[in-house]
Design a binder for this molecule. Sequence first.
Ligand code: FAD
Length: 458
Amino acid sequence: MTQPIHIIGGGMAGSEAAWQAAQLGVPVVLHEMRPHVATFAHQTEGLAELVCSNSFRSDDDESNAVGLLHWEMRQAGGLIMEMGDAHALPAGGALAVDRHAFSDAVTRRLSEHPLITIERGEIAGLPPEDWTSVIVATGPLTSPALAEAVLSLTGEDSLAFFDAIAPIVYAESVDLSKAWFQSRYDKGETEEDRTAYLNCPMDRAQYEAFIDALLAAEKTEFHDWERDTPYFEGCLPIEVMAERGRETLRWGPLKPVGLTNPHDPSVKPHAIVQLRRDNALGTLYNIVGFQTKMKYGAQTSVFQMIPGLENASFARLGGIHRNTFLNSPRLLDARMRLKARPSLRFAGQVTGVEGYVESAAMGLLAGRLAAAERLGREPDLPPRTTAIGALLHHITGGAEAATFQPMNVNFGLFPPLGEGPKGRRGKKDRARAYTERAKTDWNHWISAFGLGQMVSAG
Ligand SMILES: Cc1cc2nc3c(=O)[nH]c(=O)nc-3n(C[C@H](O)[C@H](O)[C@H](O)COP(=O)(O)OP(=O)(O)OC[C@H]3O[C@@H](n4cnc5c(N)ncnc54)[C@H](O)[C@@H]3O)c2cc1C
């Protein structure tokens, strides 16, 4: 009998990983700590519990990246999508689900699978050495005992407990007649290093108006449990810095030194907002130091006051909340295995993807890769042109390790299309071109995966 794969955590990622591995004929032991150990957010003992909204977001697989992720998971026989579809609620173009019926159905299908054993109990340290294939899918609320054990294996700064998200902008939406590429004091060995930042200049009036808008914007409040979480001082929201004094930002992330505006070299900007490259492709830039608790609507209007960002579109907006995640670009190999201990594979939100769907998708891939390994195969990884391949590539190397923050799926993670429709009008056509390319490539990958028949169960 094939040795089992041990999966720790029966959330979105762990449930999908267990299903995929078992469907490929490999036995699984799924360890879930609830109901013996609780998290502050989960309310039930059900597997794949949705802790907050009941939405899987857009179901548009022709022009939306998360809709494409739905499509890829359906093509791969994903349990989370099958049960989501079975328990869908009316929600316009989105896929919303009846959370209790959905979680009950996932729990039942996994419990009834002949190759899956569910064990309730916390794994409160590193798994025993004789578990030779493990998937850790313990999510943003990984139990402290396990988090500490992972820290001891990987080092101090390998695990973040706060998700201090600076907004991320699509590079193509920045107005380069106002912004320019330059690193402060032209630092760097190569031309690429010396031009690693995009800079947006502000005059005094623009800066003062920006500070007023920051102070006036609507903010979300911290939850009680967030107030107790450490490292808050290290990632102060930009509006809190502004509250400490109107000049604070000019002495901090917006300092106007070491940079010359080539569009107007004789005028020294009063303040400069810097955007740092966020992926190897150079399609995404994060606004440095702009983690924020402003509400989403307020963020867009405040950030579009920045010269050069008037028409910016955002791959993600900023935020700060509790979230345990690995520095995956540094710690994981291309197959999501911990370099320091390759018998441990990670999946889900703990790898630095964000969202129910993204987490389930990484579970799907981890389950398949672990099963293939157990069966003595090493299949190709999904191409970067697919939504799952793009996410995988981002977390295992595409993202900058120094600034790594959790990421939703978006077309900025995909290799660019080359020549094609540009501008706002062309946006829909570009999206369609991304999804068409992804679907062709995903179908090839799935059919080449080559592990024989899926066992029929459930
Ligand atoms: C408060 C909050 C609100 C959120 N709201 C949304 C939202 O509205 N929409 C959205 O898309 N995403 C949301 N997220 C993100 C969401 O958690 C993830 O998208 C998704 O649930 C992550 O899936 P996962 O499988 O990685 O983790 P989870 O679904 O959290 O599953 C991890 C599982 O591991 C178990 N576990 C933890 N430690 C151990 C251990 N040591 N031993 C055994 N079991 C363990 C936990 O009990 C849990 O069941 C939210 C997250 C939080 C914390």
